[in-house]
Structures are given as C-alpha cells and as structure tokens.
Design a binder for this molecule. Structure first.
Ligand code: AHR
Length: 659
C-alpha cells in the first residue's frame, strides 16, 4: 500500500531510454530505484509515454472544500474566542455565567431592541448598587474553552453604553484551575444612548488549552454590553478580528487550486430562512445577522446546541482567503431550495428573482469595477481590485426536476450578463442511482460547465471505481468532484476514521481522476476541518483542538497530489492499459511543462511487495537525479493524532539513476 511520487527532472531534454529504471516495491511500503539493479528480470514493465500528451491538468485540479461544520468557522478558523458574543443564540446566555451574587432581581437583563436593530437585537444590561467591589461579573467559556498562548497579546473589545455612569470593568483570562493568566482594565466613558466600542490589549502570562474569560464589574450604575470579543494577536496575516493562523497555514501549505465555500448543506439551510445569504455576511460584524447552524441539530447522536453561524467569517473574508493562499474562489449559492434531507422547502418560481439577483450581485461584488454598486461595497471593505472570480456554484446536493427548473433560470440570467463565468451544477448526493442518472442526463443536455459529483463511500468503492472516468464523454460538461472521502465504516457513522486504508483508497482513485484530467477539472476532499471536542461529522481532513492542528493521512495524500500537480497527462501503461487496479496497483503520470519534470504517482493497495520496471519512452535524456516521496502506513488502521501527528507523513529521498 504505497502512493509513491517519483519526480524526474528534464524530461524534454532527455533521450529515449529503455528499461532505465527498475522499481521495486519492497515490503509493503518502500519504493526503491536502485541504480545497480536496473531492471528486475521477472517484473512486468510499466511504460510511460512521456511525449504523448493526453490532456491538460487544470491549475484548479486539486482544491479544498470549506464548510462551517465540526466547528470549522466559529470555534475554528475564525479566531474569535468568545462564544455567543452578542447574546443572539437561541438561549441568550448560552456560554455565559453570572459570577458572584447580584444584589437584586434584574441586575442582569437580556434586552431586545428588535425594531431598531433587526440584525443584532439583543444586548445585556448590568446594574450595580451599593458600590459593588468587583466581585460581580460574567464568565464566557469560549468554544470548548479558549486556547491561550503564554506571552501572546490578546485584544479584548466590547460595545457599550452607560445608562447610569459609575461602572468600572476589568477583564481577566483564567486557566482550567481558575488562576489568572492575564487581563486588563477596560475604561468606559460618557453616558447616553449612543453605543461605543472600547478595547483593551493584554499579554497572557501562561498557556492554557481551556481557559475562559471573566469580566468583573465594580461601582454603581448601569451599563449595556454587546459584541463582547477576544482575539489573539497572532491571526493569519496579523489581521485584527482575523483567522487562526495555524489552521490556515495547513491550507496554504497544500497550495490548493481553488477553495469552495461556504459549503455544503449550510448553503441550503434546514429551511429557506436558515439558508446562507452572502449579503448578510459582509460589512461591520455587529450587523451580520447570525443564524442557527444546521449542524447544531442535524445528528441526534452528535447534538451541538451551541453551534451558530455568526458570520464573523463572511464572503469578503472568504474571497480574501482565496487570494491569500493563491486559490481560485468558488462560492456556492442557494438555488431557491432548502436542504432536501430537511424541510425541502422551495421558493416558488414566481418569487425566485431575489435569489437570482443575489447571484448576479455576487459576481459584481467579486469582480465589478468600484464604480458599480457592489464593486464599490467591496472597495469600501478594503479591496478596490477585482477578486477575479471565474466560477460559481448554483445549488449544493440538490436533485429532481425542481432543481433543474430553478437552475435553468439562474443559468440563463447569469450567462446572459456574465457569459465567462463558469457554473458548477449539482448532480445530487450520490455518484450513481436514479437521481444521479436523471441529473447527469439533464445537466449534460443543458451543456453544464461543471457537474459536481459527491462520493462518500467505503474504501473498496474507491478502489473499484478508480477507472470511473476512463469512459466518460470527452466532450461537453467537465467534472468537479466537489466532495469525497472514503468512509472506514459508513456515511455519517461516528466510527469513521481517517485511517491509512481510507487514504490509500482515495490516492488510488485520484490517480484515475488525474489520468482523466481532460474530464475532471477539479476535486476536493470533504469535510475539511474538525475540532476534536466539537465535531458532528467524521472523517475530516484536518483535526484541531484549541491550540494545535494535525493532518490526517488523507491530508497528506491531498497535499502530495496538489504539490505535484504538473501540467499535462501522459500515458502510463502496462500491457497497453492504464494501471487501474491490476495487481492492486494504480498509477498516473504527468509532466510539468514549466519545470520539465516527469511525475509518476504509484499506489500499491495490496499488502504484498511488488516489482515493476518503468520504461520511459519519448524523451531524449533523463536527469539522473530522482526525487522519491513515499507515504506509507504499517497497518490499514494507522491514524495520525494530536499525540502522534506524524505517524503517516510523506518521507522524501533522493535517488540517482545510472544513465
Ligand atoms: O461534507 C459534509 C456534508 O456532506 C456536506 O455539507 C454535504 O454537501 C454533504 O452531504
């Protein structure tokens, strides 16, 4: 079981070399290219035809799928440490505790100014009497605690107004034992109806995996609080109110070709009122109206009652993230349909215009000149230049004629105004079956740009289907494998593991996608992130706790493919056939025209040592220096973990060829 990446330099300047390399799979995992044993006598030969270009690998080929699931955004990459910062959760005090003994009933009140502020109606009113001595306060527990780093700076802020002056505040971080690990006084001034924002910065004196924040009050008076916030200073690109840098770095390290956002089922919502609406996710954070996250209650066996989408991470930030990591942005929009597993609500066709308008406006927001309405909004948010969005999805995992009917309306309107925007269309939840066949036919008849296929299947399915795209139509719609992951148990089982067996099966399947890069334009594993204390769905590519991250074996498979993307497919054949499961071997070959590399990816999904000769045809000379990257597990059940993050990780070696 071994996905192996052989990087060979200077293909195009090379001479045709016959039986130059002998490849020996030793044990279950090692790949050797011994210069002295050039070819194994009895081994079969794999022939690489390095000058027969079969297809172009799109720069977008290997990307990432982001959804706010498993505490991916709130409590995840969005670095806000305060949970329920604006008291808008279904239970307004969820995540908060009152500390000490308020003197009278009504000293802590949840207020609602719905008429004045529909996006963020609630706030908290605190009244103090008899010169309180600072022993009355509030505690916020964070998202499964707060990860705090010694010597790192933290920015506290709160929106407030003093109803009756005289309240003093100070904040402190406390560790698991309740010990102070940093804090600051927060100065409040003035009286009146107007809300002000006050900030206080301080440095943590110790680290803690599960800290919490106390806000202490003293004096006499009354104060209103809203948008209580705490961010670490070490956010991605040091942006105030930004993202968790260690998590984003894991993405940046993959050099993904695209980032799909914001999902996933949250695009659809349980019902239409809970669908993702991008316009409500931009601008001042206090104006971004929170909604319940559908993963809050989706699985009775993994309830997450405190899971909401606050949208501190919104569409502007997603576009900015895409730009930061060099990935093409791929937003997916609601097609006028709520999740068909949930309410299955539909917007009537005669009321679909606002949904279509959202799509048109998004294109203007992303790409429009700053004299356009939405281009100006983007410019005001700090990005005068276009985000140069080239594609957009309409619908996630939607199916049936009701989807096709709505999709046609979107497609007509978008293509009329923006003919260059490529549209991603859903082929439903499964890679086969009646629903899939119907949509596949309809979408191809519509000449869809990209058909989004999803497969959450057992590892055996991935191995058996590595040739799935070998016989796909070469013309017409291209494929976006928008969500896939091998399930070691079964879909939505909590027993699914990101083990070596699943990673090797995905690697085998991916050689099939790569071999058919003229058909498959994009692919992304799903879901992307999971918090060890806050997940609903497993398996997931990257796991985190409050302070650490680790990549699963599946992450390293994705990363290896992405970092060794190349530009063009060339044949790699055994007995004139692609290697798609013969002797449990799977392989693909590409060249990189920008670097003159020949890159072979070979997966041995059997438990036995295998020997092959590799003959490279169609080159003049070969550079003798070969870079060999080996990803291997000892057991199918091998996993990485927070305590053993490197158990299954790629190892590199240099190999010299003779001749
Ligand atoms: O990736 C998890 C979920 O799986 C996505 O939200 C949905 O599109 C699919 O069913």
């Amino acid at each position: 079981m071994i996905p192996t990446f052989i990087k060979k330099k200077n293909v195009r300047t090379a001479m045709y070399i016959k039986h130059t390399k002998s490849v020996l799979f030793a044990g279950i995992m090692a790949l050797l290219i011994p210069a002295s044993t050039l070819h194994a006598q009895s081994a079969k030969t794999l022939t690489v035809k390095a000058n027969e270009i079969k297809g172009t690998v799109q720069p977008t080929m290997w990307g990432v799928f982001f959804e706010d699931i498993n505490m991916g955004a709130d409590g995840g990459i969005y670095a806000e440490l305060i949970k329920n910062r604006s008291f808008e959760f279904f239970k307004p005090m969820m995540g908060w505790k009152v500390l000490g003994k308020p003197l009278t009933e009504g000293d802590f009140l949840v207020m609602n100014r719905q008429k004045l502020d529909t996006a963020n109606p609630r706030y908290l009113r605190i009244t103090l009497h008899n010169n309180s001595k600072g022993n009355i306060g509030l505690n916020n527990e964070g998202f499964r605690g707060m990860g705090i780093k010694k010597d790192l700076g933290y920015d506290f802020s709160v929106m407030y107004r003093q109803i009756a002056p005289g309240v003093k505040m100070h904040v402190e971080l406390v560790n698991e034992k309740g010990e102070n690990i940093g804090g600051a006084a927060v100065s409040t001034t003035g009286t009146g109806e107007e809300w002000k924002k006050v900030s206080a910065a301080f440095t943590a004196t110790a680290s803690s995996f599960k800290a919490s924040l106390n806000i202490w009050f003293e004096g006499d008076g009354a104060v209103d609080l809203d948008m209580v916030s705490l961010f670490p200073k070490d956010t991605w690109k040091n942006r105030a109110g930004g993202m968790r840098a260690d998590m984003i770095q894991m993405l940046a390290d993959m050099k993904p070709g695209f980032i799909r956002f914001p999902g996933g089922c949250i695009v659809e919502g349980f019902d239409l009122s809970q669908r993702y609406q991008w316009k409500k996710t931009i601008g001042p954070v206090e104006q971004r109206q929170l909604v319940i996250n559908r993963w809050n209650f989706e699985f009775a066996h993994r309830p997450s009652p405190d899971y909401f989408q606050t949208f501190g991470l919104g569409f502007f930030e997603y576009f900015q993230l895409a730009e930061d990591i060099g990935a093409e942005p791929l937003p997916i929009l609601n097609a006028g349909m709520a999740c068909q597993f949930n309410s299955a609500e539909l917007v009537p066709i005669d009321q679909i215009d606002p949904y279509v308008q959202d799509a048109l406006d998004l294109i203007e927001f992303a790409n429009g000149d700053s004299i356009t309405h939405w281009g100006k909004v983007r410019a005001k948010l700090g990005h005068p230049l276009s985000f140069n969005m080239k594609m957009m999805g309409v619908g996630n995992e939607n199916w049936g004629p009701q989807y096709v009917e709505r999709l046609k309306i979107f497609t007509k309107a978008i293509k009329e105004k923006y003919p260059d925007i490529k549209l991603v269309n859903s082929s439903g939840t499964d890679p086969n079956g009646e629903r899939f066949d119907y949509l596949n036919r309809e979408l191809r008849n519509m000449n869809a740009d990209l058909i989004d296929e999803h497969y959450y299947r057992r590892p055996e399915w991935f191995l058996a289907n590595a040739g799935r795209y070998d016989n796909y139509p070469r013309n017409g719609s291209k494929i976006f494998a928008g969500e896939y992951a091998a399930q070691s148990d079964k879909i939505v089982s909590i027993n699914n593991k990101n083990n070596w067996q699943t990673a090797i099966a995905e690697a085998a399947f991916m050689t099939g996608m790569e071999r058919n890069a003229d058909v498959v334009s994009m692919a992304s594993y799903a879901p992307l992130f999971a918090h060890v204390d806050g997940w609903q769905w497993t398996p997931d590519m990257i796991w985190v706790d409050n302070l650490q991250t680790y990549g699963t074996p599946n992450y390293y498979v994705q990363k290896l493919f992405s970092l060794n993307k190349g530009t063009n497919v060339v044949p790699l054949l055994e007995n004139n056939k692609p290697l798609a499961g013969q002797d449990s071997l799977y392989a693909s070959a590409i060249i990189d025209r920008t670097t003159n590399d020949l890159i072979l990816k070979i997966v041995n999904a059997s438990a036995k040592t295998q020997e092959k000769n590799i003959q490279v045809d169609g080159v003049k000379t070969l550079d003798a220096n070969v870079r060999l990257t080996i990803l291997k597990g000892e057991e199918l059940s091998d996993v990485n973990s927070l305590s053993q993050p490197d158990k299954v990780t790629p190892k590199e070696q240099k190999v010299t060829l003779k001749g």
